[in-house]
Design a protein around this ligand. Structure first.
Ligand SMILES: Cc1ncc(COP(=O)(O)O)c(C=O)c1O
Length: 493
């Protein structure tokens, strides 16, 4: 009898299934045990570490031609991958803006892959769950039940969905049929100078071009200047452009600033513009008892991008686009080729979920979000958001109390911008010093923070989107930043 894995001795046909399921079961149990320990002990490991040469070399090995036993393959994952993560599941990871994942979500991803459904649509349970998670997102944000939505890879794609529906609705022609070249007056979109870079990519991909997105100045709180926005819209109209869409920020990436969403919604309504909210950071604040008021007006938006892989801590990837006018949403993307026609019964009698976005095949993203929401309940996620925001303000207080540090932007929610600031040091030298502090914090494995420049001033940036962070972690960050600042100033390598 042939014992090659995946080879059937009776028919001679091959499969990827193991020959001996019992072996796979034993190894799988070990993998799950290792995974539980990995997450349980995450606090004991460095946040990040540089990979040694043998690890980087390992990833240049050629395409495998012949089989390797799974236990050996897993051994390489254990040695070469698991010790060198990005670090965002660690309690002291606060770089850029990421969620910190969760074990239940990881089980969801595993089970989604095991069940293997394609969420292009159809009549099956995973498709119903996908729609249910979209419905839950609508409920969390106070969107009407009649709205539509779709789960996508993340916030960037969710923004593209919203901005595409905006373009097709406001263009004044059938863009799908005739293309952007046929639009009579060039479209204009508006957002603050704090917009995330994904909007630029979206404008480029939509064929409208980067310059069609006017960046409006922000006030001292990094919120869009509404008077300047109003003036820009009328200036553009007078100059022969067609103002089409206002993008509001519910939490900017640099500082967490929240635009006045109610004022933006009213202005968009008065001017006949589409109102899209980039809520990748802050839309889910709507479920936080102490901070929900900050995003009042989000429920008036025509479309919203939100990110379950941020404040719902879903393992990557999970974003969601919501659109108030379900028919405008469907009209923007739906195509029914002859090989994807619906049937009155059977597998193709369910909704085609690919009619609401650019992908045809779609992963089963809903399960990881659904399982974690069921396990913990939405109220706990709301409290965790409040907890992160309180931690942001706690850190801001620690920084204010420390003479060697200064805050460089107002702390609105969970993002804190600050720098180490010795007296009389010029801006360029301050940037070099603070960059060095940031790199040493990473290299020593203490904490992962990132940097940015806000209104012309470089600073370190701590974004606390992390359900594992404790106040003591933030106290350590402040102590270590000051220690490193002094050490670098003293010329210690
Ligand atoms: C405000 C904002 N918009 C959009 C995005 C892009 O989201 P994603 O990385 O999920 O594509 C981010 C990412 O941090 C963000 O902070």
């Amino acid at each position: 009898m042939d014992t090659t894995p995946g080879f059937s001795a009776t028919t001679g046909e091959e499969t990827l299934d193991p020959l001996d399921w019992a072996d796979v079961q034993v190894l799988s149990h070990r993998i799950v045990d290792d995974a539980v320990a990995y997450l349980r002990d995450v606090r004991e490991r460095p946040v990040w570490r540089e990979m040694p040469g043998d690890v980087t070399d390992f990833f240049t090995s050629p395409l495998p031609q012949s089989p390797t036993p799974l236990v050996e393959v897993y051994g390489d994952v254990v040695d070469k991958v698991m010790p060198y993560p990005m670090g965002n599941i660690h309690p002291r990871f606060w770089s850029w803006y990421m969620g910190s994942s969760n074990f239940t979500g990881a089980l969801g991803d595993f089970l989604a892959a095991i069940q293997g459904s394609n969420l292009g649509g159809g009549n099956h349970a995973a498709a119903l769950m996908d729609s249910q998670v979209v419905d839950w997102c609508k409920q969390m944000l106070g969107f009407p039940a009649s709205a539509s939505g779709t789960l996508v890879s993340g916030g960037s794609m969710a923004n593209i969905i919203g901005l595409t529906v905006a373009r097709n609705t406001k263009a004044g022609i059938d863009v799908r049929e005739h293309g952007v070249a046929a639009i009579e007056k060039p479209l204009r979109y508006y957002g603050s100078d704090q917009l995330h870079s994904c909007h630029r990519k979206a404008m480029e991909a939509l064929g409208l071009g980067n310059r069609a997105l006017r960046r409006i100045p922000t006030d001292a709180g990094l919120r869009i200047d509404i008077a300047a926005l109003r003036a820009a819209i009328s200036e553009d109209r007078a100059a022969g452009f067609r103002p089409a869409c206002i993008i509001g920020n519910a939490g900017t990436v640099n500082t967490g600033a929240i635009d006045d969403l109610q004022a933006l919604a009213k202005l968009a309504h008065e001017e006949g513009l589409w109102f899209h909210v980039d809520g990748c950071i802050g839309a889910l604040m709507a479920i936080a008892p102490e901070n929900g008021h900050r995003v009042a007006g989000i429920e008036w938006a025509d479309s919203v991008a939100l990110d379950p892989h941020k404040w719902l801590h879903a393992p990557f990837e999970a974003g969601c686009a919501l659109v108030r006018d379900a028919s405008a949403h469907r009209k923007t993307f739906a195509v029914t080729p002859e090989y994807l026609e619906s049937t009155p019964r059977g597998l193709a009698s369910g909704q085609w979920l690919h009619d609401y976005g650019l992908q045809t095949s779609r992963g089963f993203r809903a399960l990881k979000v659904w399982m974690a929401l069921r396990e913990h309940g939405v109220e706990k996620f709301g409290r965790l958001i409040d907890q992160n925001i309180a931690q942001g303000h706690y850190l801001a207080g620690l920084i204010e109390a420390e003479p060697a540090l200064e805050l460089t932007a107002p702390t609105s929610i969970n993002i804190v911008c600050f720098r180490y600031r010795p007296d009389g040091m010029p801006e360029e030298a301050l940037k070099a010093l603070n960059t060095e502090i940031m790199l040493r914090l990473q290299e020593e494995g203490t904490a992962a923070i990132s940097d940015t420049t806000v209104h012309g001033r470089h600073c370190l940036r701590v974004a606390i989107n992390n359900h594992r962070t404790r106040r003591e972690d933030l106290e350590l960050l402040v102590r270590e930043t000051v220690r490193l600042g002094k050490e670098i100033m003293a010329g210690v390598a």
